[in-house]
Design a protein. Structure first.
Length: 85
């Protein structure tokens, strides 16, 4: 059974808030396409600010999957917390 659009939108907003709490800006943009070129969501750094661009024309499930994957990958890249000794 498919997840309702409302639940998907709520999940996407949760992921965006999670990204913001990690100091990652998330923007949902209409990514322009040209003949022979397929733009898709991605991560970049602009003036030192980490940013994730989501293709707003992509299905909600694809946006959720991409953003969740990026946040999980960044969590794996993060250094371990300093131990208190």
């Amino acid at each position: 059974m498919a997840v309702s659009k409302h639940k998907q939108e709520a999940r996407l907003q949760e992921l965006i808030l999670s990204a913001r709490s990690r100091n990652i800006q998330v923007r949902t943009e209409k990514l322009l396409r040209e003949a022979g070129y397929r733009a898709k969501s991605g991560r970049c750094r602009v003036r030192g600010q980490e940013m994730i661009l989501l293709d707003r024309d992509a299905r909600l499930s694809d946006q959720i999957e991409f953003l969740a994957g990026e946040l999980a990958e960044r969590k794996d890249d993060a250094p371990p917390p300093a131990s208190e000794e």
